[in-house]
Design a protein around this ligand. Structure first.
Ligand code: ZN
Length: 57
């Protein structure tokens, strides 16, 4: 996502381009959204929809 390879934080599967994902993250603080790529890389945990569906069962 956003040119950075990310893995699902549950199954470690690589997130594919344009794949729908669930993102768990802290809301940005002082930096705001200007450094969103770096912020996502540092703070976001991606969960693929397969794993997200599992959590609902
Ligand atoms: Zn997964």
């Amino acid at each position: 996502m956003f040119g950075i390879k990310e893995l699902c934080s549950v199954c470690q599967k690589e997130i594919q381009l344009n794949e729908e994902v669930w993102v768990r993250m802290k809301y940005p603080g002082k930096k705001g959204m200007t450094e969103i790529k770096a912020f996502l890389h540092q703070e976001a945990q991606f969960v693929c929809m397969d794993c997200f569906e599992e959590t609902k069962k």
